[in-house]
Design a protein around this ligand. Structure first.
Ligand code: NAD
Length: 298
């Protein structure tokens, strides 16, 4: 029996992209500024190629100046840093993103920290992490995935989460930690759990909000969930699925969607939930960077 609402991330992302497109057109008309997004992709990782193609397509459909730098797998660290330096100085570029993961010989931290904080639309620079953690959320570029999750949570529960218990599963720098900061800033009582957490189902059982960012297919089951909880499933897992009687590769989240829907209040599906919102938030951050570069409000 399904009781939960399906949170349609795809529809919300499309709606947001529409307003970004309109704002982009008026920024160009009124101030002569076109938001510019540069994506650097190093090597041939197939999943990264798909992500980068989607980012480019969305940037173009929003009316952005979109640039892609495809760099050979064996590029030297100093050449990557030179490219970032050039993009930092390029006035037509307002947002810079280096697609992760990087080949093993490159220092991810050195490279992400070389991006100007004002162009760091992924929100990975320590300046932006510091602002977010210190509660200066409006000043920070917030990482795109948790920013999108937060908008979907606000849709369900409002912007003030006072009295709500939130459990974040996963403590990565990209999702879990910034997600926890955003929830805390919205007055939720936040518990961050991870691979060393003891009796995870018991911890999750108290949650009004669950954000799962682990990378383990269908891990969160109905009997972990408090009735009526809002569940945001960040996980993207490639698994074999039976589709029309045939075994095919498909995507599934960290939450057993059908099972969870029998207890939860609202759940994001995979695909069609967090993923589309992530790309749209990248566009929102880039538009904001362009506006700030012109002395306009973000
Ligand atoms: P990560 O591997 O960096 O972190 C995973 C976290 O899960 C770690 O903190 C680890 O401690 C925790 N964990 C592992 N096993 C666990 C267990 N048994 N119980 C509790 N916690 C456990 O991953 P990430 O980059 O945060 O990504 C997490 C998932 O979200 C992946 O499936 C990734 O593909 C997906 N993702 C989706 C989007 C999107 O746009 N939809 C964006 C980023 C990541």
């Amino acid at each position: 029996m399904t009781v939960a609402k399906r949170i349609d991330g795809k529809a919300k992302a499309a709606q947001l992209a529409e307003s970004i497109t309109q704002e982009t057109a008026s920024l160009l008309k009124e101030h002569g500024i076109k938001p510019g997004l540069a994506v650097v992709i190093i090597g041939e990782d197939p999943a990264s190629q798909v992500y980068v193609r989607n980012k480019k397509r969305t940037a173009e459909s929003c009316g952005f100046h979109s640039v892609q730098h495809k760099v050979a797998e064996d590029v030297s660290q100093s050449d990557v840093l030179k490219l970032i330096d050039a993009l930092n100085r390029d006035d037509a570029i307002h947002g810079i993103l280096v697609q992760l993961p990087l080949p093993g010989h490159l220092d991810e931290q050195l490279i992400t920290q070389a991006i100007e904080p004002s162009k760091d639309v992924d929100g990975f620079h320590f300046v932006n992490i510091g602002k977010l953690t210190a509660g200066h959320t409006r000043d920070a570029f917030v990482p795109c995935t948790p920013a999108g999750c937060m908008l979907m949570i606000e849709d369900e529960l409002g912007s003030d989460l006072s009295g709500k218990n939130a459990v974040v599963i996963g403590r990565s720098n990209i999702v879990g930690k910034p997600m926890a900061s955003l929830l805390l800033q919205a007055n939720a009582t936040v518990t961050v759990t991870h691979s060393r957490t003891k009796d995870l189902p018991k911890v999750v059982a108290g949650a009004d909000i669950i954000v799962a960012a682990v990378g383990r297919p269908d891990m969160v089951k109905a009997d972990w969930i408090k009735p009526g909880a809002v569940i945001i499933d960040v996980g993207i897992n490639r698994v074999e699925k039976i589709i029309d009687g045939e075994t095919k590769m498909g995507l599934t989240g960290d939450v057993d969607y059908e099972d969870a829907c029998t207890v939860a209040g609202a759940v994001t599906p995979v695909p069609g939930g967090v993923g589309p919102m992530t790309i749209t938030m990248l566009m929102a951050n880039t538009l904001r960077a362009a506006r700030l570069s012109a002395g306009l409000e973000g």
